[in-house]
Design a protein around this ligand. Structure first.
Ligand SMILES: *Cc1c(COP(=O)(O)O)cnc(C)c1O
Length: 343
């Protein structure tokens, strides 16, 4: 197979149209068989439920090429299960888990020429999503839905190496208690844009959102979970019912415990504990883990001892181990079921 003629080492994190995508429609109470198509456009009614009341959920994962030319995804079953749960919360008919995994496999296989070659640092980003496709004007769930998967090759999230970022505590809230913070839905992002633009305008890379009810506990950023390292080398991640359960974070916690022999805990984390941690990182599929050097809340600033120049040593080990598993450089040691081979 001939790879596409792209400057693989200099790809940005953007959308590029590839050859095939998968489409399945839900109508009359059932999902149809689904097909691969070359048409990257969607033709829907002006009154489609997605356009009126934002009934949509999505996922994000990546395909990696290994040194031997094989192409794999990382724990796609967790994305399939998470989207199943997101759909239920949004009163949408969930797409079956096995069919989700199969659809992702089909699209990656059909676009193998777009999977960035091993060693370039680039990956194939995979975007499964589903939305209300039939007319909705009175507020209620739609009758018809469309599930799609497209892929796009992306460069590393942080070009020129990973530098610690500066984040601010947002004056806005991300997710209401008992709201939709724990599902992956576009609506959570739509309402976070104002907070993001505001943070960027003030010179910050990201927002830290606190629990809206009391504003004393740390939740997450707009699209990544937090990990903290204590001075005793313990890994702490915030527990809250309004945090999106990141596959990357869950995997890093496992890696910390089983590969690095570190103690891990998931528990509520008070904002006023932050000053006692020695490292901080945010994690998600796009960047794996990005070190945080500084957190600012109003006049007050917390500088983590790991500083603004490099990843802290524990964050670095977590990053190297997980990316080693994903790229197959330590594949023999990957936990059962983590690496899903497609080609
Ligand atoms: C997708 C997402 C994450 C990261 O999850 P991964 O499964 O690791 O990619 C974190 N927070 C939010 C709000 C997200 O939408």
């Amino acid at each position: 197979m001939q790879k596409k003629d792209l400057d693989w080492k200099n790809l940005d994190f953007g959308y590029r149209v590839t050859d095939y995508r998968y489409v399945s429609n839900f109508k009359d109470g059932e999902w149809d068989d689904g097909v691969l198509t070359e048409d990257s456009f969607i033709n829907i009614s002006e009154c489609a439920g997605i356009l009126q009341y934002c009934q949509e959920v999505f996922e994000g994962l990546k395909a990696y090429e290994h040194a031997d030319g094989s192409i794999v995804t990382f724990r796609p079953d967790l994305n399939a299960e998470r989207m199943f749960g997101s759909a239920l919360r949004m009163e949408m008919p969930p797409f079956p888990v096995d069919r989700f995994i199969d659809a992702v496999d089909q699209v990656v296989r059909a676009n193998a020429a777009w999977v960035p070659p091993y060693g370039t640092g680039a990956t194939l980003y995979i975007r499964p999503y589903m939305f209300a496709s039939s007319n909705v004007i009175g507020v209620k769930p739609a009758q018809e839905y469309q599930f799609r998967v497209f892929v796009t090759p992306v460069g590393p999230y942080f070009k020129g190496g990973v530098k610690p970022i500066s984040i601010c505590v947002s004056d806005f809230d991300r997710a209401a208690p008992r709201g939709t913070g724990f599902i992956k839905a576009g609506l959570n992002y739509a309402m976070s844009l104002h907070a993001n633009v505001t943070a960027h305008a003030n010179g910050f890379d990201e927002n830290m959102f606190l629990d809206p009810a009391t504003r004393t506990f740390v939740e997450e950023t707009g699209g990544a979970n937090f990990l903290f390292v204590t001075k005793d080398g313990e890994i702490v991640t915030p527990h809250s019912d309004s945090i999106l359960p990141s596959v990357t974070r869950r995997s890093l916690m496992y890696v910390a415990e089983h590969y690095l022999g570190l103690k891990t805990v998931e528990r509520p984390v008070r904002y006023d504990e932050l000053k006692d941690f020695v490292e901080c990182g945010v994690c998600g599929t796009a960047a794996v883990i990005c070190p945080v050097g500084r957190v600012v809340r109003g006049e007050e600033e917390i500088l983590f001892p790991s500083g603004m120049e490099e990843m802290g040593p524990v964050t670095r080990k977590l990053y190297d181990t997980l990316t080693g598993i994903q790229y197959g450089t330590i594949e023999h040691a990957a936990p059962e079921g983590w690496i899903h081979r497609i080609i």
